[in-house]
Design a protein around this ligand. Structure first.
Ligand code: ZN
Length: 424
């Protein structure tokens, strides 16, 4: 007897299986004839572990247009605009926007999110707000928080003290922004400092690293060095790494093995990188996406992050990690079938690995969280970015929707159309 069986779905590896759930765990996978409190028919549909976003800013989300929009479209105007918004934001306002966003995420099967939270604020309003949200959504979303000194650990006079306070209050991960410090030396020093803080406290590290078009922004080298020096392998991520797009190829041939040796993961954010970077270029205009395939070829874990939805840096966004992977696939030219499948894995299992999620997957004993998609396999899911027919979070069905085929009235043609097509 199971509480719930998800019947007949196609798993991301192409196998077809029923998934039996008891309590908040997956109890069996295979052909199941047992009774269940409830059966969900997923025949012909893709059943995946939930989507995971390893890079987001939940304190800023859904604030687009307040107090004004980003006219230049640049990262730096976005940071300035966020400074204006921080002056007028309240804890209630941030909690309300974040909870609205979590509803969107849940509806899209996005059930684990790593959100940076700005610690450059003596009142730490964002930290208070997101700690409250982390508790409120705990039953359906794993929200991991990163203490992020947005205005620079050293450039902002109280950032270091406030970042430590945020960690004391229960923020999970150590963040930083070395390319925004006053000098390259300060940036490198901030990485030593932050990695030592993480090592002392047994925490993970996620750095906004080299989010610039400047090919000489090489903080990732220091991040890899500090990671291996302090034995933090497997617990550190470099987010963005956009400068690597513009770096000298010879230098990169030395750099990538060092990143691999240090076990540092990379989190490009393709929707944001393609819009914010290259703004100072005329033509040819750089894409500003880091070297994804080249890092993967070296054995470096790479995940796709979303970064922003309707905030000072990005005027769009849907909480759909398939949109993120779709953009990444195009900009990184990952069009081979194996590469497209990899893009799906990046927004699911590889992101889960970067966040260190326990019990993630569709195996017996894993946490019973999954999503049923109106698609036949992962590549079709990327092509269609389809409706989520059902979302199960920790054993509970939290989202359902009926299939939404278009009805047609064309003589001699089918009455409905769904745009499904798996290559034979
Ligand atoms: Zn970010």
């Amino acid at each position: 007897m199971f509480d719930l069986i998800v019947k007949g779905g196609t798993l991301p590896d192409g196998s077809v299986a029923d998934i039996g759930i008891r309590g908040d765990r997956i109890a069996a996978v295979g052909r199941l004839e047992a009774e269940a409190g409830r059966v969900i028919d997923a025949t012909g549909d893709l059943v995946s572990p939930p989507f995971v976003d390893p890079h987001f800013h939940m304190d800023a989300t859904l604030s687009y247009g307040t107090p004004r929009v980003n006219a230049s479209g640049t990262l730096l105007e976005g940071i300035g605009l966020w400074g204006e918004l921080k002056e007028i934001a309240t804890v209630e306002d941030m909690v309300s926007r974040a909870l609205d966003y979590c509803d969107w995420a849940a509806s899209m099967g996005l059930l684990a999110i790593r959100s940076h939270v700005d610690t450059c604020d003596d009142r730490l309003l964002g930290v208070q707000a997101l700690l409250e949200v982390r508790e409120k959504v705990r039953d359906y979303i794993d929200l991991q928080l990163v203490a992020f000194p947005q205005d620079g650990l050293y450039r902002d006079p109280t950032a270091r003290a406030n970042t430590l306070r945020a960690l004391d209050m229960g923020v999970d991960v150590v963040g930083g922004i070395p390319h925004f410090e006053r000098t390259m030396q300060d940036g490198a020093e901030s990485l030593r400092d932050l990695c030592e803080i993480a090592a002392e406290r047994g925490l993970r590290v996620d750095i906004h690293c080299d989010e610039t078009d400047d090919p000489l922004s090489r903080h990732i080298e220091t991040l890899a060095y500090q990671t291996q020096r302090l034995g933090l392998q497997g617990r550190v991520a470099g987010s963005h790494l956009t400068s690597m797009h513009s770096m000298d190829n010879y230098y990169v041939s030395k750099l990538l093995p060092l990143i691999a040796e240090a076990g540092v993961a990379a989190i490009p954010n393709p929707l944001i990188n393609i819009t914010l970077q290259g703004r100072h270029d005329t033509f040819p205009k750089r894409r500003g996406l880091t070297r994804v395939k080249e890092m993967q070829a070296q054995g470096i874990t790479v995940g796709w992050g979303q970064d922003c939805v309707l905030d000072p840096w990005y005027s769009l966004g849907t909480a759909d990690m398939l949109d993120v992977a779709f953009m990444g696939l195009h900009v990184a030219q990952m069009t081979h079938p194996a590469e497209m499948k990899r893009c799906f894995d990046m927004v699911t299992q590889e992101n889960a690995k970067i966040m260190g999620l326990q019990g993630y997957g569709l195996g017996v004993g894993d946490v019973a969280s999954l999503v049923v998609l109106d698609a036949g396999n992962p590549v079709e899911a990327l092509r269609l970015r389809p409706d989520r027919l059902c979302v199960v979070a920790k054993g509970r069905v939290i989202v359902e929707r009926s299939r939404n085929d278009a009805r047609m009235a064309l003589p001699g043609r089918p009455g409905t159309v769904r745009r499904r097509h798996l290559p034979g």
